[in-house]
Design a protein around this ligand. Structure first.
Ligand SMILES: *[C@@H]1O[C@H](CO)[C@@H](O)[C@H](O)[C@H]1NC(C)=O
Length: 283
C-alpha cells in the first residue's frame, strides 16, 4: 500500500508540473527567465545561404526577447549586404537587440577565387575576437557563434546545448557536401593542424553517441560566458607560446587547451551528438 500511495503522489506531482509549465510556456514570465544569448555571425558572399540560415535561426525554440543578434560583413562580391540589411531591419524589434554592420573598409585584396592568405585569416580572427568581446560586454550569459552554412534544423538545439552545462559545447553537424566533414576535430598535429583520430568516424557516424571532449571545435558553438573559466578563451591574438597557423579556430582551441592547464577538469571543448540532423558544413 505505501508503495502504491507514493506512486500516486508522484503522478499527481508530475501532472502539476506539466500543467504549470504548459500554462506559462511562451508567456512573458517564462521568457524573462531564459538566459540572455548573444548570437554572433561573421559572413561574406553568402546571399544564397542567408535566407535559409535566418529561417533556421528564427525557428529556434528560444525567446527572441532574450537573444541579441550581432552580424558583421565585409569584402563582398555579391548581395550579402542588401540581404542582411533587409533581414536586420525586419527583425529589429523582435530580438532583444540587433546589431548588423557592413564594413566597406578594404583590408585585403578582393578577387575571385578569394585569397586565402594569412592576412585574411588574421582579419577573420580579429572580427571573431571583436564579437566575443561585444558578447562579454553585453552581459549575456551565453555566446552562440555560427557560420552562415550552419543550418540548425533541430529547433531545440540551443536549449539542449545550454542544458549540457559546459564551458564550450558544440552540436555535431553532418555535412551535405562531404560525408567526412564536420565541425570538430578529435586530434591535432604538432602545429595544430587537423589530424585524423580513430574516434572521429564512429562519432561522426553516430556509432558513439553522447558528449565528447574534442580538442578543436568549429561553429556552431556555445560559450558559457558566465563561467569564470570562459575568460581565458581568445580568438586573436593567439596566446603567448602559440606557434601554429594564423587561424581563429586553432587560436581558440589553443586558448581552451591552455585553460585546461590553468583550470584542470573545468575548461574543455565538448561535442554533443544531439539527435538532430544539421547540415551543410565546410571545413
Ligand atoms: C557504424 O555502424 C554501422 C552500422 O552498424 C557500420 O556499418 C559502420 O561501419 C560503423 N562505422 C564505424 C566508423 O565504426
Amino acid at each position: 500500500m505505501p508503495a502504491r500511495r507514493t506512486h500516486l503522489a508522484l503522478c499527481g506531482f508530475l501532472l502539476c508540473c506539466v500543467i504549470s509549465s504548459g500554462s506559462t510556456a511562451g508567456s512573458e514570465g517564462a521568457a524573462e527567465d531564459a538566459p540572455h544569448v548573444f548570437v554572433a555571425l561573421q559572413t561574406r558572399n553568402s546571399a544564397h545561404l542567408l535566407p535559409n540560415f535566418f529561417g533556421y535561426l528564427e525557428n529556434l525554440d528560444y525567446p527572441k526577447s532574450r537573444i541579441s543578434v550581432w552580424v558583421r560583413t565585409d569584402h563582398n562580391l555579391d548581395d550579402t549586404p542588401a540581404v542582411l540589411e533587409a533581414w536586420c531591419t525586419a527583425v529589429r524589434d523582435v530580438y532583444l537587440s540587433v546589431d548588423c554592420q557592413h564594413s566597406k573598409k578594404v583590408v585585403f585584396d578582393v578577387g575571385y577565387p578569394p585569397p586565402d592568405t594569412d592576412e585574411q585569416y588574421r582579419h577573420t580572427a580579429s572580427v571573431q575576437q571583436t564579437a566575443l568581446e561585444a558578447g562579454r560586454r553585453s552581459g549575456a550569459q551565453y555566446f552562440f557563434v555560427l557560420n552562415t552554412d550552419n543550418f540548425i534544423t533541430n529547433p531545440q538545439t540551443l536549449r539542449l546545448l545550454i542544458a549540457e552545462d559546459r564551458v564550450v559545447t558544440a552540436p555535431m553537424l553532418n555535412s551535405e557536401g562531404n560525408a567526412a566533414f564536420s565541425n570538430f576535430w578529435m586530434d591535432q598535429d604538432s602545429l595544430g593542424y587537423y589530424k585524423r583520430h580513430e574516434d572521429y568516424l564512429p562519432i561522426l557516424q553516430r556509432n558513439f553517441t553522447g558528449c565528447f571532449r574534442a580538442p578543436v571545435l568549429l561553429p556552431p558553438l556555445l560559450i558559457h560566458l558566465s563561467s569564470p573559466q570562459s575568460q581565458s578563451l581568445i580568438y586573436h591574438p593567439p596566446l603567448e607560446g602559440f606557434n601554429g597557423p594564423t587561424d581563429d579556430i586553432v587560436h581558440f582551441a589553443y586558448s581552451a587547451k591552455m585553460g585546461v592547464i590553468t583550470h584542470p577538469h573545468s575548461l574543455y571543448l565538448s561535442l554533443s551528438t544531439l539527435p538532430c540532423r544539421s547540415g551543410h558544413v565546410h571545413l
